[in-house]
Design a protein around this ligand. Sequence first.
Ligand code: GDP
Length: 187
Amino acid sequence: MEYKIAVLGSAAVGKSSIVVRYIRDSFAESYDPTIEDAYKKHDEFEGKARILDILDTAGMAEYSSLRTQYMEKGIGFVLVYSIIQLKTFQAIEPLIKQIYEVKQKEPATCKIPIIIVGNKVDLDSPGERAVPKEDGEKLAAQYGARFLECSAKTNVNIREIFEQLVNFVDNSDFKHKSEKKSKCPFL
Ligand code: GDP
């Protein structure tokens, strides 16, 4: 089974950096807002071989049909904000709501595999941090999502993002299209 994962969030929060760190363990200080790409990665979690099909999204208008398509096709979602930029955190809840809307599900009855990720934790200092860790945790708890703080720059919690998301998909009510009697099908 392939895991179709979409990485979403405001511009410059580090979406591409997280994906590139995970795929080829490298990091670039330079910023190219135009990059949008799909990557395939074979990995092994808890002794099981997995294929991740990761879409690094960029530059989309809020309600573009392209974004809706990503949400329809995705089985798991990485929603990224920057811990040093409050408005990027404020952009997360509308994204969650949009995913539930597109999948026509209710958080109370069907938990879509979502992990909220606070990136750039290497910049954490009293003067710099704009989003307390507890705020991220609270938002995740509200929607039954997972939560991690990470750094693409220093490679903190990057592989864990994808490991947790795959684990979430495996343990959710999600069933593959071909399987019957799913309580919570969203593909
Ligand atoms: P995207 O637009 O969300 O894909 O963001 P990018 O991955 O292009 O990153 C935007 C900028 O933030 C770039 O200059 C990156 O070098 C920088 N950046 C990304 N992740 C981190 C991180 O974990 N720590 C720090 N300090 N900078 C980062």
